[in-house]
Design a protein around this ligand. Sequence first.
Ligand code: AMP
Ligand code: GLY
Length: 414
Amino acid sequence: MRILVVGNGGREHAIAWKLSQSPLVDKVYCVPGNGGTRLEHKCENVSLLKIEEILCFAKENKIDITVVGPEAPLVEGITDLFKAEGLKIFGPSKQGAMLEGSKAFAKDFMKKYNVKTAAYEVFETAAEAMRYLTECSYPAVIKADGLAAGKGVVICSSFEEAKQCIESFMIDDIFKGAGKKIVIEEYLEGVEASILTVTDGKTIIPLLSAKDHKTIYEDNKGPNTGGMGVVSPNPYCSEEVLEAFKRDIMIPTIEGILSEGIDYTGVIFFGIMITKKGVYNLEYNVRMGDPETQAVLPLMESDFIELILKALDKKLDEYNIKWKNKHACTVVAASGGYPADYKTGFIIKGLDTVQEKVFIAGAKYDGNELVTSGGRVLVVTSLGDSLQEARVKAYNEIKKISFEGIYYRKDIGQ
Ligand code: AMP
Ligand code: GLY
């Protein structure tokens, strides 16, 4: 089989790596891919960006299945376009992708189908939002409706902070349209978990739980990033938590998708909050997590393309995913300065001495040298019989890698 993987991050490197291990897969084209996918077994990078160009490439090169990494092409409608041309693609339709593409759509969907979530209100004018903010309780959580590159959620501890947030989202329009509509919701206190699931639109199967570490500094300090490290399974996801997640969130979600007649084959990634009052769904993502994928896929014993094929054939109810009886620890190495401004173009050294799996995120080849090209540069993932063993291995190996300004958190999984 010939596979196309859309995207250029560490997540897509992990997807391409896992798919390339399948005896069913002959070739994996990565569009555009990165410095890691370029050297992966069976993989080849193709530097295309526009959806129409990717579609032409898929047709001309007789691609059997396309797997979409990031949310943006899904929200743009890549799945509808590919399906209209008779091509198989793993990812939800444009309508399904609204679960991530519009927070107001997602919250209204959750309310309609009794998916447990924080209480909320939607506002389309700054004046109405301000009026609400004078009477609501704090902290209050303000969310831009549309895609805002992970920067669209602000937890405001006072009216003053909330007012500033509304001004920048709705009046100054810092997200170029994506913050013109907002959601204000109840603040929930607890611990977060990432649960990726695979669905064919009828059956939904959870993958192993994961715990992201969002802030740039140790101890949950500093601004949020795309994620600085992951452990899987998530130590807070007890059987009881997983049962509550399935009952109060996952099952009502798939029932809603069925009732609405939404065409959905792909991943639903639930960002949940485990609180004293129960388990709440904070958000849906319509793609795999980054860096969650780099921890979860190495734990998967099953052939990932078999799982995808079952989903595309709407036969997920026949499939049982097998997992390694191990723990994974994934540590992200970032450019100095990330998530604010950072410099790129620094040579990455020491990779040849690393004994654990390295997934490349923001790095590319400049001649024969691999150089940094993004904020999150690479991850090291280690597996162990215990979380502690996985952690020790990941940190021993990441120490061997260097580039100017390299930064990583020291407390992933602690
Ligand atoms: P979201 O994009 O909705 O997941 O929000 C990004 C981050 O904001 C989450 O990972 C949480 O850390 C935080 N967050 C979102 N909603 C809430 C909430 N209702 N209460 C507390 N924290 C939240
Ligand atoms: N790591 C969080 C995300 O992928 O959204």
